[in-house]
Ligand binder design. Sequence first.
Ligand SMILES: CC(C)(COP(=O)(O)OP(=O)(O)OC[C@H]1O[C@@H](n2cnc3c(N)ncnc32)[C@H](O)[C@@H]1OP(=O)(O)O)[C@@H](O)C(=O)NCCC(=O)NCCS
Length: 206
Amino acid sequence: MIAPMTVSLGDVDWPVRTRRLVIRPAIDDDEEAMWSYRRLEATSTWLNTPHHDRAAFKAWFQDPVERANTLVIERSGVVIGNLLVRVEDAWSQTEVREQAAGTQAEIGWVLHPDHVGHGYATEAVREILRVCFDQLGLRRVVAGCFAANIASWRLMERVGMRREQHAVRDALHRSGEWMDGYGYALLADEWRAWAGQNSNTERPGS
Ligand SMILES: CC(C)(COP(=O)(O)OP(=O)(O)OC[C@H]1O[C@@H](n2cnc3c(N)ncnc32)[C@H](O)[C@@H]1OP(=O)(O)O)[C@@H](O)C(=O)NCCC(=O)NCCS
């Protein structure tokens, strides 16, 4: 059987630019900048993998699978954060698995604490939604976080994502606490409908 064709970040004409930011795939030279904020407790407390150890961070940063899904956010030539965009298969029944392959993406975000509070994550994530829907042709974008990570779910709501799931004490934080989790999503047609009705203004979440 021929493997289904799926899109990837390599299909996008990088960099993409917003009013204040440049977004592009991470390169080897970004290691120091990303280490400078990913090692901080304020940042890593919500991340799946904490990066307190430089060697472990280097291994993560150089992992080709991680690298293929990692974008950096630059402001005036300085890396201020990074985004995850992981194209994945939607859930499907067995016979229609090929049609569901590579039709959605999970997205994620991290900003250097020095750069929170200015709307940079909102601006970057709005642009990444455009890339996912307009350029990659995906049909759904999803994101998740601990319910206690208020900054993260507020961001999801600012960019127009819909809370679809509130899981009760389903996720174990490294503190030892079982925490609630939120799942958010946005469909391409929802995003397009909003954009069509608001062509003179910004897209969802503005
Ligand atoms: C999640 C995270 C990226 C959110 O950062 P953020 O700075 O709150 O988000 P934005 O950059 O969009 O900025 C929004 C804030 O700036 C303010 N702001 C200022 N100018 C703004 C503008 N032009 N547009 C939008 N917001 C603006 C908003 O009011 C908001 O502040 P508020 O939350 O006090 O109301 C950041 O907290 C982070 O990196 N956390 C650690 C990593 C993490 O948790 N990752 C997610 C794991 S699931």
